[in-house]
Design a protein around this ligand. Structure first.
Ligand SMILES: *Cc1c(COP(=O)(O)O)cnc(C)c1O
Length: 466
């Protein structure tokens, strides 16, 4: 194609706006019709994805056709996260205001690396950081970096810890590396999320050297099993066990760490939001004494993907760990988003987060957290009343379910997924097979709670004679 022709075509598309109008119309329809669609695409629908396995075309197709093809594929094959009956992983739903803001902001196409690249993106992140610190009751000086999710936020928090602990022992890890560095210790709960192990491994903390601390019966770190800490220790705690929802005893852990000069990082992906609601705040008592935290807005807060946040009480340690130059010296002046995270160019995550927080307000966030807990407790009660084994109390938004034997639990999950009334996934609890029902969507209502319990009962009936 002639380059001049290409440019003329693109310019015409931009002026007409037909593509964007079509996309917006399709997006509106997609959301409006979501309650009618299956919670998970059936296998025969997923076969439509095979149509994508074609060679890269030499000549391009009409953009409208390209868009319509995507739209048709998505309608048939997407996992229905708009449905209040999707209980998989800890995948949040999406708030209408946040989704709309994201859609709008996508049109802005801002690069959030530097303030000079997008003063708006930088300011929205700064404001969201301040709001989150206030909402979660963290120390006022806490800095916020915006990343893809808690995996990356944890990586950032642990990198800040590594930098700070080594610096206190006269070692600049950015310049001197890890070879010959003073040895650091890592102490973490045995039920830490897999994202913690990944971050540790990426940062050169060999997993065989980690001092894993046993969990108590609820899945929280058994505080009495904590080894002696010192000023070379990184202690990793958890707000919200991914299976049981349990919270570590931050007051006790942070007191021990503080007395020893250790650094505490809290993986609070979905659970740190408990601090934003009067009904659950007690679960996070003492969490403000930690040094760094990781958090997902795309879980409990229900922003669109991807929106994770690293929070750090020591802004200079986080910035220093992310920089190889002296750029962090500017931290006191401008707030360049890239100073606090590993990325340079990236999309702005502030618009949807800001829209979520601004449209809910402090009361709305508290009500959202409370809503998820109320629904989870109702599901746990319903399942227990129907004779299912719920091995731990639902303290937050996670419900664990199992039946008599592992084979039966797995078959039950298979039947649930096949019947397709709800969707939830498999996990392990106390070395045994379990099913995890995660309530993480504002849309889950009382009818969805009843449907969930009925789906379990129907699936068990389908296995009659097991
Ligand atoms: C989801 C989750 C993670 C990983 O977060 P991503 O946003 O998927 O990267 C880490 N820890 C806990 C407790 C989680 O629930």
């Amino acid at each position: 194609m002639n380059p001049e022709d290409l440019q003329a075509r693109l310019r015409a598309m931009r002026t007409e706006g037909t593509l964007l109008r079509r996309a917006q119309e399709a997006a509106r329809r997609f959301v409006a019709e979501a309650p009618e669609r299956p919670v998970f695409p059936p296998p025969e629908a997923l076969r439509a994805l095979d149509s994508l396995d074609e060679p890269l075309p030499a000549a391009g197709a009409e953009p409208l056709q390209v868009l319509d093809r995507l739209d048709a594929l998505a309608t048939a094959t997407t996992v229905n996260q708009h449905s209040g009956r999707y209980f998989g992983f800890v995948n949040g739903g999406v708030l209408p205001a946040a989704l709309a803001a994201r859609t709008l902001a996508d049109a802005w196409d801002q690069n959030a690396a530097l303030e000079v690249m997008s003063p708006l993106a930088a300011r929205l992140e700064a404001v969201c950081g301040r709001w989150l610190v206030e909402l979660l009751g963290l120390p006022a000086q806490t800095a916020a970096g915006f990343v893809t999710g808690t995996s990356m936020a944890t990586f950032c928090g642990l990198a800040a810890a590594r930098h700070a602990l080594l610096e206190r022992h006269g070692w600049d890890v950015n310049r001197q590396g890890l070879g010959g560095a003073p040895a650091l210790r890592v102490v973490a709960g045995r039920q830490a999320h897999a994202a913690v192990s990944r971050a540790l491994a990426l940062l050169g903390f060999g997993l065989d050297t980690v001092e894993w601390v046993a969990a108590d019966a609820t899945g929280a770190m058994a505080t009495e099993a904590l080894p002696a800490l010192d000023d070379r220790t990184l202690l990793i705690a958890q707000a919200g066990n991914v299976n049981s929802g349990a919270f570590d005893d931050f007051r006790a852990l942070c007191a021990r760490a503080s007395a020893a000069g250790a650094w505490v990082h809290v993986d609070g992906a979905f659970g740190l939001w408990a601090a934003a609601s009067p009904g659950t705040r007690h679960l996070t008592g003492g969490v403000d004494q930690a040094d760094s935290w990781s958090l997902d807005a795309h879980k409990t807060l229900n922003t669109p993907y991807d929106c994770g946040i690293v929070l750090c009480r020591h802004p200079e340690a986080l910035a220093a760990s992310m920089q190889t130059g002296g750029a962090y010296l500017q931290l006191g002046g401008r707030r360049d988003p890239m100073l606090l995270v590993p990325d340079m160019s990236r999309r702005a995550r502030g618009p949807e987060l800001w829209a979520a927080l601004a449209s809910l307000g402090r009361d709305g966030v508290a009500a959202l957290v409370e809503l998820l807990c109320v629904r989870a407790r109702a599901i746990a009660r319903g399942l227990a009343a129907a004779g299912f084994d719920t091995p731990v109390p639902a303290v937050f938004n996670q419900v664990l379910v199992r039946t008599g034997e592992d084979g039966h639990t797995r078959a039950l999950l298979g039947a649930l997924q096949e019947q397709g009334r709800i969707w939830c996934g498999a996990t392990e609890w106390e070395g045994r097979a379990a099913i995890r029902v995660s309530v993480c969507n504002w849309a889950t209502d009382a009818a969805d709670v009843a449907a969930c319990v009925e789906a379990f009962v129907a699936a068990r009936r389908a296995l009659a004679g097991w």
